[in-house]
Design a protein around this ligand. Structure first.
Ligand code: HEC
Length: 168
């Protein structure tokens, strides 16, 4: 796993998206031409979609002072995961989908669509996830709801524990 950068992001995926072409060239040197032909189109589609929908901008935005440096204080034990699962199924699943790939029924018409948070949960920092869940998509003009007045802090960390566990 890449080390978090100054803004606290785990930068591996961000760099991959930002430098799609560079990464493609690196990969080209490792893979055969046939492998590349099979992979090029799906990979480019994923990267283009992410860039067009502003995901890269959101992932590289500076973390607001209220959230910068936060670490999950709630241990990801079975009690937290059970609470997180309930919170997720009641509040998040309808957009982010049962498996966290962003394919819930209420997300289908949204642009940008719900993030594939089972992946975000692996690559993004505590402070980023907690910020985005707390404040929602208002500053980015997206449909992600603001949860800070609906879920208390422990509930927000519980759901982060659950989403992280989903993607493992
Ligand atoms: C109305 C649909 C909707 C619901 C309900 C919803 N989200 Fe989202 N969510 C979105 C959309 C759309 C995005 C992508 C745009 C953005 O990042 O602001 C998003 C983005 C996110 C992100 C940022 C991921 C990233 O890669 O940047 C996280 C984390 C997240 N949601 C968690 C949650 C959690 C946890 C819940 C439940 C408590 C939830 N969402 C409920 C629509 C929703």
């Amino acid at each position: 796993m890449a080390q978090p950068d100054e803004a606290g992001h785990d930068t591996m995926m961000d760099k991959m998206l930002a430098n799609g072409i560079v990464e493609m060239e690196e990969m080209e040197s490792m893979l055969s031409d046939d492998d590349m032909e099979d992979m090029k189109e799906p990979m480019m589609n994923v990267m283009m979609t992410a860039m067009m929908e502003g995901m890269y901008q959101r992932h590289s935005a500076p973390i607001p002072a209220d959230y910068a440096g936060l670490h999950n204080p709630v241990a990801a034990g079975s009690a937290s995961l059970a609470r997180g699962q309930e919170i997720y199924s009641e509040n998040c699943e309808i957009c982010h989908g049962v498996s966290g790939m962003g394919d819930g029924p209420d997300g289908a018409q949204l642009s940008p669509g719900p993030a594939p948070i089972r992946i975000s949960g692996q690559m993004l920092s505590d402070e980023y996830l907690f910020w985005r869940i707390s404040e929602g998509g208002e500053v980015f003009d997206t449909a992600m709801p603001t949860w800070k007045r609906i879920l208390d802090e422990r509930q927000r960390w519980d759901v982060i524990n659950y989403v992280r566990a989903l993607g493992r």
